[in-house]
Design a binder for this molecule. Sequence first.
Ligand code: FAD
Ligand code: AMP
Length: 476
Amino acid sequence: MSRSFDVVVVGAGPAGYVAAIRAAQHGKTVACIDEWRNKDGKNAFGGTCLNAGCIPSKALLESSELFHRAQHEFKKHGIKTGDLELDLATMQKRRASIVRQLTGGIAGLFKANKIEGLVGHGKLLAGKQVEFTAVDGAVEVIEASNVILASGSSPIEIGIAPFDDAKIVDSWGALEFDGVPKRLGVVGAGVIGLELGSVWSRLGAKVTILEAMEDFLFMADRDVAKVAAKEFKLQGIDIKLGAKVSGAKAGKTGVAVSYDDKDGAQSIEVDKLVVAVGRKPHTDNLFSEDAGIQLDERGFIVVDDECRTRVKGVYAVGDCVRGPMLAHKGSEEGVMAADIIAGEIAEVNYNVIPSVIYTAPEIAWVGKTEAEVKNSGRAYKTGSFPFAASGRAKAMEQTSGMAKIISSQDDDEILGVHIVGPMAGELIAEAVLALEFSASTEDIQRTIHAHPSLAEALHEASLAVDNKALNFPNKR
Ligand code: FAD
Ligand code: AMP
């Protein structure tokens, strides 16, 4: 007799494993299938985020940032270090250990929540049956009352620069280098390209980022993008805009990369090339033709606002469906799907999803950019406050950047918050809450912020919206 579950989740990344836990919290019987295999050959739950994305990148960003600050900043604090030496093997061991602890933690959470964690491939068949192929090849068909597809995404490979897992690599490969490349090329100045470029630049690589678009960080507010571009330049990261890569060839001495810019055909040679031109939904062998699942023209599983597919009782969440490819977006969708399965009313507020780039300075935003508000035709006001005027930022020796708030002219509602500066990724949480509660600028103005704290920058920016900033001259 085949096994049956109330909910079968395919994929144990941040969308899938969170969905499984929430479904179990509702008292459902749950199985979660995942086939992820790490480069050491071991399977692990956690998907891209824990194994090859958010977590390992942040581990290396932290280590490399400390190395960089010890080299360039400690002197100012009056700390003498002597010659600093990089021990990359230990740095990489630490990264791998953090990943192991967290992925092992998911296995523990599955156990605690009585979720059946199944290692292998899952495929949706017609009639909400799921074919599970274990790593030893054994095939079992599982019956499910509900199915949540959370199969994630994979790096886009471009034919002109195919991955060779040695010199031309994807973002995962770039997290696991065992030596610092002298010259590192990165194709794509998106979030992943900038974070990986920052890591290796701080560890000593000469980094060149080639970006096809003319606008730097086109999705960010222009004021923020301007500050960020200046800071990356100061750090020695060479970002070439309007540079469309046309080919890459690995040879004995390195990788010859050709690109076209406004002056015509150009080329550079690098030791390693990271191709970070985006990610695509991963739906290989995920469902049979008669399962009833539909893909859109870009390969995403078609879902409605509540993540329902066209098949009753089958949901899809995370990177494999429309919307930003972010772990927290996927997790919230997983929670929503599990809540709906349990008969609750649930929704994801897609207008209030924070974006964070963990470079130095960090970049974070929520809501609309000034250009988007302008284009919407709504009358608005803005206020900003530079970290150079923040006591805490000065004490931290991290004064680059600013916080900016955009509010509507008529009812003072906060429409967008944009931060570039120290701990922007943490500071944005206050703004996310404000937008979730449809707060006005005045709400933040009247909220007491601890002194001295970085959060005061947001407070001062809210005051600046009405020309009431206290620690910085207001615009007249
Ligand atoms: P995934 O994490 O991709 O998980 C999907 C899982 O499903 C995988 O384990 C896969 O093996 C498994 N699977 C797929 N198909 C099947 C099948 N048929 N059977 C069994 N198993 C299957 N996002 C952030 O929010 N913050 C960050 O700081 C951040 N940094 C990133 C850094 C890098 C370098 C990268 C590459 C990504 C980063 N992201 C970040 C994006 C984030 O990793 C993804 O948005 C997130 O992992 C998506 O979650 P998911 O659960 O939808 O998919
Ligand atoms: P993201 O989608 O945020 O990961 O960013 C990927 C970036 O890669 C985008 O900004 C693209 O413009 C850029 N990109 C894509 N193809 C190329 C190419 N051939 N050369 C240079 N940049 C590219």
